[in-house]
Design a protein around this ligand. Structure first.
Ligand SMILES: Nc1nc2c(c(=O)[nH]1)N[C@H]1C(S)=C(S)[C@@H](COP(=O)(O)OP(=O)(O)OC[C@H]3O[C@@H](n4cnc5c(=O)[nH]c(N)nc54)[C@H](O)[C@@H]3O)O[C@H]1N2
Ligand SMILES: Nc1nc2c(c(=O)[nH]1)N[C@H]1C(S)=C(S)[C@@H](COP(=O)(O)OP(=O)(O)OC[C@H]3O[C@@H](n4cnc5c(=O)[nH]c(N)nc54)[C@H](O)[C@@H]3O)O[C@H]1N2
Ligand SMILES: [Mo]
Length: 681
């Protein structure tokens, strides 16, 4: 066999959705590179994905179906055949479905963002079965719904135009770690004289490279946006014409904003009043001004309201008039018109049934619930794919207890024996992106991509689509749609407006989106205006954290430190934690703590500490660091529990309370105390 190069797409949950060139030699992937011709990728890859051959050919890949032989969580399995595995799953599901199909719950997220392996045959299967629906809220729904309330969709600026901005607010985003291909454009802007300001409680590697860093307290972005609005008003830095023609609801919001003096804003945000004034001056007087908002700032109680308030700012100053002005949180809404979601997922197979919906955020509580009229049937079976909930869902003590239930039947489709797979009754070996076909949209740019399989499936691994095809057959679902192959699914995924032949030929297709999409208004709302007051939501306001000195002073006395747990640069959520070369860079689970907070607690740099609150405790290494501001600790995530120090990870401490909008988790809204770990002395 000769050496070949295949066009692929990165499947991971990241705004960049890179185009890949995969080099294959003798049926083995030897190199994965960024495609130099794909504009957003421009030939560059992050460290993680440039090591993709190591992940795909990892010696610990699950390559055969496995059946549990030890207690749940022990990770003790024996191999079984595919026939036996499918037959057993079908028999168990049939038995449960005969009583109540809603006792069966799918659990999936964005382990792959591919439309085929993530949301096609699986959805058809569960719709036909009448299983519970899953509210896929674990990441972006607070911000997503807030954006839709404001603009009518998850839409924003073009990535490439950031290069021409003169001011960029990098707001709740560690771009160098989690949005690397945006950073390239931000750097171009910087070289052209733009000012870059990072708004983040943590002094990230991105903050290091900006001109200014505003280290506000977690969950106070809404207050900062209101404070900025007041300064824009009193200094008359508003674009009155744009506001009059292209927005609705400003008079009410204007009145609300006037209560946010720089002093009040500064006090709530834990920053200086001059920082508020200067930020407003920069934003009100620089053109073009762009904001790169990201999901980090919406993982708090008031995350939805905060995104609404920030999303209004570009309309107030008329920033949208320039292609290099405005803002971007997500671009995924641009794809809506080109997607054939119903044809791919077939909600019509529900045949008039409306199953209950389980919120993936509260899986810990929900697995521990009994049947009740309000909840519906007790959860009896869980089919997990493209997700590692035992590691990533909030409040692990409850999640683990739920997954450990002996009466729960759990199937996990996985590439590796994750913390979740360890709790499965049956593990089914899944292919990686280099072994299956898929098509992709993006939430950070406007190119659709195709992923051609580079190599044959390793061992007995199968694509998710194939597993659900086989399960459908075993369940006796005989609708022809369950026989669609991946090629057919790929063609079904997009409407005729997107040229599928061009996608196949070139590897990607750029959507036709105007360069300055809202220069003349034209938002995707019914009125075409940017909505400050939104139906059902009214005007946005500052919503304090579930847990903070401001909202829960008594709790804050016992647990005085705010903990955030943003991604570690070399992991992607819990993916890649088991790739040794990447784990070696991260070394071990750690918490960054400011020197003042450490000294007050007798914590030495490099020592093992215990982070705790009423929900649980977690041991890791303390790093005294100016990356942490006083009062806030940064516990970088998301380690596999079993690769941590004591079989726990940071989600031992987080809670399941939801955001104001979007039913999302509040991972970064969490009070803790930190103490030296005496057991390790
Ligand atoms: N390397 C790497 N890249 C990733 C990921 C990863 O795990 N690793 N995850 C991917 C996924 S799933 C997602 S959703 C995106 C996430 O990427 P982002 O949307 O950028 O979100 P986070 O990384 O959660 O947080 C970004 C920054 O927000 C800060 N932050 C925390 N709380 C607040 C707050 O209250 N206000 C403000 N202003 N900032 C706050 C954090 O300190 C962090 O530096 O990245 C994707 N890319
Ligand atoms: N404390 C804290 N918790 C967090 C966050 C945080 O910042 N702090 N971030 C949250 C966010 S933003 C998100 S998006 C969630 C992410 O949570 P998840 O969506 O669960 O993401 P991963 O942890 O990357 O796990 C994805 C799994 O899917 C598997 N997988 C990948 N491709 C395939 C495939 O083709 N087939 C199958 N069957 N499996 C596949 C991978 O091996 C991996 O184990 O975590 C959330 N949890
Ligand atoms: Mo995410």
């Amino acid at each position: 066999m000769s050496v070949t190069t295949v066009r692929a797409a990165c499947p991971h949950d990241c705004p960049d959705t890179c185009a890949l060139r995969v080099t294959v030699d003798q049926g083995r992937v030897v190199k994965v590179q960024g495609d130099p011709d794909h504009p957003p990728t421009h030939g560059a890859l992050c460290t993680k994905v440039s090591r993709y051959a190591e992940r795909t050919h990892h010696p610990e890949r699950v390559l055969r179906p496995l059946k549990r032989v030890g207690p749940k969580g022990s990770g003790r399995f024996e191999p079984i055949s595919w026939e036996a595995a499918i037959a057993e799953i079908a028999a168990r599901l049939k038995g449960i479905a005969a009583r109540d199909p809603e006792a069966i719950v799918p659990y999936s997220y964005a382990g792959t963002m591919g439309l085929l392996q993530g949301e096609s045959m699986d959805r058809r299967f569960f719709h036909r079965l009448g299983a519970s629906l899953l509210d896929r809220t674990i990441c972006a729904s607070a911000g997503g719904e807030a954006l839709t309330a404001t603009y009518g969709g998850k839409v924003g600026m073009h990535l490439a135009h950031y290069a021409e901005s003169k001011l960029i607010l990098i707001w709740g985003s560690n771009s160098i770690a989690s949005n690397l291909h945006f950073w390239t454009f931000a750097q171009q802007a910087k070289r052209n004289g733009a000012k870059l300001i990072c708004i983040d409680p943590r002094k990230t590697e991105t903050a290091d490279k900006c001109h200014q860093h505003i280290a506000l307290l977690p969950g106070t972005d809404g207050a900062l946006a209101l404070g900025l609005m007041r300064e824009l008003i009193v200094n008359d830095w508003l674009d009155h014409d744009y506001i009059a023609r292209h927005t609705e609801g400003w008079p009410g919001l204007r009145e609300r904003a006037m209560a946010w003096t720089p002093e009040r804003t500064a006090e709530v945000c834990g920053i200086g009043a001059d920082e508020v004034r200067q930020l407003a001056r920069d934003y009100g007087t620089t053109r073009p001004a762009a904001i790169r908002l990201n999901y980090g700032m919406q993982r708090v109680h008031g995350g939805g309201n905060a995104v609404r308030l920030v999303a209004i700012l570009p309309a107030l100053v008329g920033a949208w008039r320039d292609a290099a002005g405005g803002m971007l949180l997500s671009a995924s809404g641009w794809f809506k018109r080109f997607r054939n979601e119903a044809a791919l997922q077939r909600p019509d197979l529900l045949a008039g049934r409306t199953p209950r919906t389980i919120n993936m955020v509260t899986i810990g509580d929900d697995l521990l619930r009994e049947s009740s009229p309000g909840f519906g049937p007790k959860i009896e079976a869980l089919i997990v794919y493209n997700s590692n909930p035992v590691a990533v869902a909030p409040e692990s003590p409850k999640v683990v207890k739920g997954f450990a239930r002996e009466d729960l039947f759990t199937v996990v489709l996985e590439q590796f024996l994750t913390d979740t797979a360890d709790h499965a009754d049956i593990v089914l070996p899944a292919t990686t992106q280099l072994e299956h076909l898929d098509v992709h949209t993006s939430y950070g740019h406007t190119y659709a991509l195709i992923n051609q399989p580079a190599i044959a499936p390793l061992g007995e691994a199968k694509p998710n689509t194939q597993v659900f095809r086989e399960l459908a057959a075993a369940m006796g679902f005989d609708e022809p749609c369950f026989r669609d192959d991946d090629e057919t699914l790929a063609r079904t995924a997009f409407t005729a407006e997107l040229d599928f032949e061009a996608l196949r030929r070139d590897g990607w297709v750029k959507l036709p989106v105007a360069e300055a999409p809202f220069a003349e208004g034209g938002f995707l709302t019914p009125s075409g205006k940017c909505r400050m007051a939104a139906p059902g939501l009214g005007l946005p306001d500052f919503v304090p954290n579930h847990e903070s000195a401001l909202s829960t002073p008594a709790l804050a006395q016992r647990y005085p430190l705010a903990m955030i747990s943003p991604p570690a640069r070399n992991f992607l959520n819990s993916s890649f934690v088991n790739v040794k070369s990447l784990r070696d860079i991260e070394a071990e689970p750690l918490v960054e703590i400011h020197e003042a907070d450490a000294l007050a607690r007798g914590i030495a740099d490099g020592s093992i500490v215990r982070l705790f609150n009423d929900r649980g405790s977690y041991r890791c290494k303390a790093k005294l660091s100016t990356r942490a501001r006083p009062g806030v600790v940064n516990a970088l995530g998301i380690w596999w529990r079993k690769l941590g120090l004591d079989g726990h990870n940071v989600n031992e401490l987080t809670h399941q309370r939801l955001t104001d909008i979007g039913r999302a988790p509040s991972f970064y809204d969490c009070l803790v105390e930190v103490a030296p770990d005496l057991t390790s002395a």
